[in-house]
Design a protein around this ligand. Structure first.
Ligand SMILES: Cc1ncc(COP(=O)(O)O)c(C=O)c1O
Ligand SMILES: NCC(=O)CCC(=O)O
Length: 427
């Protein structure tokens, strides 16, 4: 695969943008190939400026559940953009979107913001304002965006950096515990009695690779929070509208107090949201005194793209059945391919989110993910991408499917994975 033009543009960009990217994960820092510079996306395929075509299993990090440039989403943007770009004033589409999201995800109220980071930041502030407490509990390997309070043992691109610039005074109120380990949560509550405003968790983690929480674990978190007066926040920035219309919480039958959304909720445009129980949500300004604001929040173009996406999912819930069966097939194919190789591996999958780990048989937390063979994953990612299967460049991310993927795309994935397995077999 030639990436000459991509390399040229990427190198030129570095002159003006640090690292050549507007978000670190895009730079392929841990791979030895240049990131393809993308010029077009249609359905499950993306194309780079060198003329290469890829089947996309990154999907704007999970956002494009309907595939790229879904015609209904494109039309909804076109319809709005002629008359409404931004006002910083109320618009009717905000009402329509809020009603749709609340009814579909079954929450009382919602506030729209511009990113997942803003959503989680707002949820935590709300929890602190509501409870009057100042500490939060987060889990190693979970990523909740780039605000200081979350940048402690975080997954995603943070996993591979030694961080600077974090305000230690702020971060000392973040207590990090182990995913799927109740003892570590109980210990944190014991040591910080009456001080914990909230426990924030990705109910299915996507940022240490895919790692599902155990049901009993989430249920126990709910009980602890109820007992000790802390809020439970589910960060569903990835899982919201991906695992079901009600997100991951439908799978677990555990109700958090607050939920954060991002990615899918904006239909591919910058959007996030925090939602949940009315009693807590109405503490937000101007109704209450927990401040949160945004010049661009609830932007009409974003709302329109998000509305069309969520409505399409709501009206076609069979999309979730389709995604499940496609992802199950992909998991099956990959399990077969790697079982026939000399590679030790583990595949974690929940719905249309999937990660392959090498060199380990089980991954239930960040430490186990870190113990996997990262070098083997790097080789895998390089091989897949340079053979037209666009997967995350890092072990600490999830692969995604969209409703635009077909069985033949999954089969192609398996074929390339099989040739990779043969390729690594060679001495
Ligand atoms: C679970 C989770 N929460 C929060 C965020 C932050 O979202 P954003 O990148 O839109 O700020 C991410 C980003 O990937 C995420 O995966
Ligand atoms: N799973 C982590 C992300 O999706 C983040 C993408 C980014 O930071 O660009």
């Amino acid at each position: 695969m030639r990436l000459d033009k991509s390399k040229e543009v990427f190198d030129k960009t570095k002159r003006y943008i640090p690292g050549g990217v507007n978000s670190p994960i895009r730079a392929f820092k841990n791979l030895s190939i240049t990131p393809p510079v993308i010029s077009k996306g249609k359905g499950c395929r993306i194309f780079d400026i060198d003329g290469n075509e890829y089947i996309d299993f990154v999907l704007s990090w999970g956002a494009m559940i309907l595939g790229h440039c879904d015609p209904d989403v494109v039309n909804s943007i076109k319809e709005v953009v002629e008359d409404q770009i931004a006002f910083g004033a109320p618009t009717e589409i905000e009402y329509e979107m809020a009603k749709l999201v609340c009814e579909t995800a079954q929450i009382d109220m919602v506030r729209f913001v511009n990113s997942g980071t803003e959503a989680t930041m707002t949820a935590v502030r709300l929890a602190k304002g509501y409870t009057g407490k100042k500490k939060i509990v987060k889990f190693a390997g979970c990523y909740h965006g780039h605000h200081d309070i979350f940048l402690k043992e975080a997954g995603s691109a943070v996993a591979e950096l030694r961080l600077k610039g974090i305000d230690e005074d702020i971060v000392q109120n973040t207590i990090v515990v182990e995913y799927n380990n109740l003892d570590s949560v109980e210990k944190a509550f014991k040591e910080n009695k009456d001080e914990i405003a909230a426990v924030i968790i990705e109910p299915v983690a996507g940022n240490m690779g895919v790692v599902p929480a155990k049901k009993e674990f989430l249920q126990a978190l709910r009980e602890i929070c109820n007992l000790l007066g802390s809020l439970l926040i589910f960060d569903e920035v990835i899982t919201g509208f991906r695992l079901s219309l009600k997100g991951a919480r439908a799978l677990y039958d555990v109700e958090p107090d607050l939920i954060t959304f991002g990615k899918i909720i904006g239909g591919g445009l910058p959007c996030g949201a925090v939602g949940g129980k009315k009693e807590i949500m109405q503490c937000l300004a101007p109704q209450g005194n927990v401040f949160q604001a945004g010049t661009m929040s609830g932007n009409p173009i974003v709302m329109s793209a998000g509305y069309t996406t969520v409505k399409k999912l709501k009206e076609n819930p069979d999309i979730y059945t389709y995604l499940e069966s496609l992802a199950q097939k992909l998991e099956g194919y990959l399990a077969k391919v790697f079982s026939n190789s000399n590679l030790t591996f583990c595949i974690n999958r929940v719905g249309s989110m999937l990660t392959v780990f090498f060199g380990v048989e089980k991954v239930e937390n960040f430490e186990m993910a870190r113990m996997s063979n990262l070098d083997q994953f790097k080789k895998f990612a390089e091989y897949m991408i340079t053979n037209g299967i666009y997967i995350p460049s890092s072990q600490f991310e999830a692969m995604f499917l969209s409703s635009a993927h077909m069985e033949s795309d999954i089969e192609r994935f398996a074929e390339v994975a099989e040739s990779f397995a043969k390729f690594v077999k060679k001495p």
